[in-house]
Design a protein around this ligand. Structure first.
Ligand code: 13P
Length: 336
């Protein structure tokens, strides 16, 4: 087993998943403004330190994705954030892309930037304690999109990023996110997501990325958020498995889904059914941002000094996600 494969398995095995706490300062400001909290470095640290100190970190969270600001912050007890995360047994990770910008010659689509100087930045993040990384490519669905240009260029960037990350002895999370915005059907989402993921693996293989030392972070197969085609959770799980079976090489150890705007409950229920129906050899778990932190953030905003209430809320959500990662979640346990 390679070192990278061992790190990947440590992050996603035994009902553990990833806490995606890598909101950029811009995104975090949106999340905090929505609950009437000022987005200062201190407030961002206090919320994240509260979450990372929760009991459920030990059994439910295998890895935490951090943002550049957070990985350098020092907690109230004097520990660094990566040390706090490692002390719970989880692996510290870091978002290394610098965001999605308009794609030249297809201005309504996006290309993710951040390759220039990446090798040097990766070395610094490794010294700060990171052992895995994330890069998000983003695609929108409409009649014309995603275009071949967006599919090729984002796959190329994801592959170049992954090769550099493995060279620096870290595990790349490859995140091609096909957005749920729009009125497309789940069938279209299935077709487009399959095409996007297949192209990513074509480029990953071209760039000689060790597929056993990476984690794929895809969207689930859903109907567009404005679509009339409402599909059941059972269908979501079946289409999602079909997509991954047809597009992911068997060397990949696991898949950690993004929640992508699903509610906490939907993201949990869908993951649970994916695991109940999982007839592949891939581990299927979570790499949720909003679907792990939304309720906890609301509770925290009522009294930012009440660590216990915030942690209780986070612990419940993390436990439900962990049960779903084993196919053992139920609505009765959820509401108990
Ligand atoms: P969500 O689960 O909120 O979609 O966030 C996951 C993530 O890391 C998006 O890049």
């Amino acid at each position: 087993m390679s070192e990278l494969n061992k790190i990947a398995l440590k992050i996603i095995s035994n009902g553990k998943g990833i806490l995606a706490a890598d909101e950029s300062n811009g995104t975090m400001t949106k999340r905090l403004s929505a609950v009437n909290i000022d987005s200062t470095p201190e407030n961002r640290l206090t919320f994240r330190e509260t979450i990372f100190s929760s009991d459920s970190m030990n059994e439910c969270i295998g890895g935490v994705i951090l943002y550049d600001e957070t990985i350098k912050q020092i907690t109230s007890s004097g520990k660094s954030i990566p040390d706090l995360i490692s002390s719970s047994g989880a692996v510290p990770g870091i978002k290394v892309d610098t965001g999605a910008k308009p794609l030249a010659n297809s201005f309504d689509e996006k290309i993710t930037e951040g390759l220039d100087g990446l090798r040097e930045r990766l070395k610094k993040y490794y010294e700060l304690g990171a052992r895995f990384t994330k890069w998000r490519g983003v695609y929108n669905i409409s009649k014309k999109y995603p275009s071949k240009l967006a599919i090729h260029s984002n796959a190329e960037a994801l592959a170049r990023y992954s090769a550099l990350v493995q060279e620096c002895e870290m595990v790349p999370i490859v995140e091609p996110e096909v957005l749920m915005d729009g009125d497309h059907s789940s069938e279209i989402c299935l077709t487009k997501t399959t095409e996007v993921i297949k192209k990513c693996f074509e480029k990953l293989i071209l760039h000689k990325v060790d597929l056993s030392g990476m984690i794929l972070k895809p969207n689930m197969i859903l109907a567009g958020s404005q679509s009339k085609d409402k599909i059941s959770n059972e269908e979501v799980s079946q289409k999602t498995i079909e997509c991954l079976k047809n597009s992911v090489p068997i060397e990949v150890p696991g898949i950690a889904f993004l929640s992508g705007g699903q509610s906490e409950l939907e993201a949990t229920e869908n993951l649970n059914l994916i695991n109940k129906n999982n007839n592949t050899k891939f581990i299927m778990t979570y790499s949720y941002g909003r679907a792990l932190q939304q309720s906890a953030l609301k509770i925290w905003s009522k009294n930012i000094k009440d660590r216990v209430a915030t942690q209780n809320t986070f612990n419940h959500r993390a436990k439900m996600c962990s049960l779903a990662a084993k196919g053992k979640w139920s609505i009765e346990i959820e509401n108990k």
